[in-house]
Design a protein around this ligand. Structure first.
Ligand SMILES: Cc1cc2nc3c(=O)[nH]c(=O)nc-3n(C[C@H](O)[C@H](O)[C@H](O)COP(=O)(O)OP(=O)(O)OC[C@H]3O[C@@H](n4cnc5c(N)ncnc54)[C@H](O)[C@@H]3O)c2cc1C
Length: 508
């Protein structure tokens, strides 16, 4: 077996968290070795390229809108991408019962479309819940309890419960309240109504625009890869850890399977960003029984995707659209051309279609033709495109997409993390690595923080992705490359400041 015995930080997983850690450690002049099982870097935030007869199509794995209030992150990315880091106007909607509604919700839009009777029902339910809070408060155990007691049942059923069940594949009364607190925060109906009457204009908020790399979100991680390789750092693709050996609370050696054979590495530090559930299985000696049992109780929700290349200049003006209705098999679509015109050849567009599933179920096992047949009627009915417009169908699958926040997940995660965090030279970070529903910004922050812990011999502070504020209400820190990218073909018109919610919505 090949042996590597240098003062290296071994980084497991080349998603945003792992790549941010690698970049910071590289910039500080230390050695890193990144191990990634995929053929490319970027994890869930990679960008795929498809070369077809008509030209090159690119897609992310679903819509990737970057947002953060942390100026360090904007600088971090701007240094990597310069003018390829562009501001993009945002338009997102949801489609319920045959009607498109703006998202975040614009109250005027909803009231106009749902009609007086439904509007009165929403108001009545909401007032009943408000009164109940003072007279006989509900006991709030689950996501369902939380949204019903906050918004009333009619509004909760309108656009929250259906979609949430579609994502998670379990009933909303089995989903942890943490999910509601993290995603909905202190959003209130009163605040939403107030915003309707506040004068529009002023600085752009995180609702109106977002930053996006001109050739897909994966460009950030490809740029880090280039820096690492030109700096003679090591990156092993199509490779994975097989065992993580430890003695007296420190990792001593890690065996890696690479296309060239097994390799033994004795790293100074290990930064893990592969799924916590997998990483726990690699430790030798094995973790205590209660830690193994806790890890076995954690589950990830998976996704399969269709990427359709389409012989049409445009399908929608939206970045993405949610489809909460249960009779529609997919949950969200995105049109990558509306993120950047570099994502498609001229005169062509594409559609990325997301299905939620568990590994091994009917959707997971369906062929691309079967998934296409399940979906094409909806696309034709809403006049997106016809089957004749579709050039090619590509099928993708991802197993570890959503850490499932069921009613008991928090205590299991705590048990596992208490054990992994007790190692003196091992950091577990990122969305799969901490079993925490984070977006790119928090994964990047975790990677940057892990690097700081290593460089400054600091203790890990576990605060990332835990805040319950409305991030969309803030303003984007200005960078020097804040040109708004040219809107693709159609004139998309002014994108008004939404009077709707401020929840973190992209990845759900
Ligand atoms: C549909 C969708 C939409 C999203 N929308 C947004 C958005 O709008 N904005 C936003 O900021 N974020 C969004 N996200 C979330 C974003 O993609 C993730 O937060 C981010 O990629 C997490 O980074 P990470 O490094 O923590 O984990 P990951 O990206 O999951 O990276 C983990 C890496 O570890 C590798 N790995 C796994 N197992 C092994 C193994 N055994 N050996 C070696 N390597 C392994 C994986 O291949 C992967 O590269 C979205 C995600 C999805 C799926």
């Amino acid at each position: 077996m090949n042996e590597e015995n240098v003062n290296t930080t071994l980084i497991l997983g080349a998603g945003p968290a792992g790549m941010a850690a690698a970049m910071e450690l590289h910039t500080a002049g230390t050695r890193v070795h990144v191990i990634e099982k995929d053929t490319q870097v970027g994890g869930l935030a990679k960008t795929l390229t498809f070369k077809e007869d008509v030209g090159v199509f690119r897609t992310d794995i679903g819509p990737h809108r970057f947002y953060s209030k942390n100026p360090y992150l904007y600088k971090f990315i701007e240094n990597l991408l310069q003018e390829k880091w562009q501001k993009v106007p945002r338009l997102t909607r949801f489609f319920i019962g045959g009607t498109f509604y703006h998202y975040p919700i614009r109250l005027g839009d909803v009231l106009k479309k749902i009609g007086l009777w439904n509007a009165c029902r929403i108001l009545w339910d909401y007032l009943c819940e408000r009164t109940r809070k003072y007279v006989h408060p509900r006991t709030v155990h689950s996501f369902e309890d939380y949204v019903v007691s906050t918004f009333g049942r009619t509004l909760a059923e309108f656009n929250m419960l259906n979609y949430t069940e579609k994502i998670w594949g379990i009933p909303c009364n089995q989903i942890s309240i943490d999910w509601a607190v993290q995603r909905i925060g202190n959003l209130s109906v009163v605040a939403t109504i107030k915003k309707m009457f506040i004068k529009r204009g002023g600085p752009k908020s995180l609702v109106d625009t977002f930053y996006y790399p001109s050739e897909g979100t994966g460009l950030i991680y490809e740029a880090i890869k280039e820096k690492l390789l030109t700096g003679n750092q090591q990156l092993s693709l199509e490779s994975e850890p097989v065992t993580i050996e430890h003695v007296n609370g420190a990792v001593t050696q890690v065996t890696i399977r690479t296309p060239q054979g097994a390799k033994l590495i004795r790293p100074a530090y290990v930064v893990n960003s592969i799924p916590l559930t997998r990483c726990i299985q690699l430790f030798s000696p094995t973790p205590p029984e209660h830690v193994i049992r806790a890890a076995q109780s954690l589950r990830f929700r998976s996704q399969v995707y269709l990427f359709l290349t389409v012989n049409k200049p445009s399908i929608t003006t939206d970045n993405w659209i949610y489809f909460p209705d249960k009779d529609i098999p997919f949950g969200r679509i995105s049109e990558m051309r509306n993120f950047s015109s570099h994502m498609c050849p001229n005169g062509m567009t594409s559609l990325f279609v997301e299905f939620f599933c568990f590994k091994g179920d009917t959707i997971w096992n369906a062929s691309k033709e079967e998934l296409f047949e399940m979906s094409i009627d909806t696309f034709e009915k809403i006049h997106f495109f016809t089957r004749q417009d579709v050039l090619n169908i590509h099928l993708l699958k991802k197993e570890h997409v959503y850490p499932i926040y069921d009613l008991h997940y928090a205590k299991h995660v705590q048990t596992v993390l208490e054990w992994t965090d007790s190692f003196s030279n091992f950091y577990t970070i990122g969305r799969p690595g901490r079993f925490r529903y984070t977006n790119q910004d928090h994964s990047l922050e975790m990677g940057i923080h892990a690097a700081a812990c290593i460089l400054n011999k600091q203790k890990w502070q576990d605060t990332f992705g835990k805040e319950d504020e409305y991030l969309e209400q803030g303003h984007i820190p200005e960078t020097t490359t804040n040109e708004t990218s040219t809107p693709p073909q159609k004139d998309r018109g002014p994108v008004a400041t939404s009077s709707g919610s401020g929840r973190r919505d992209s990845d759900r």
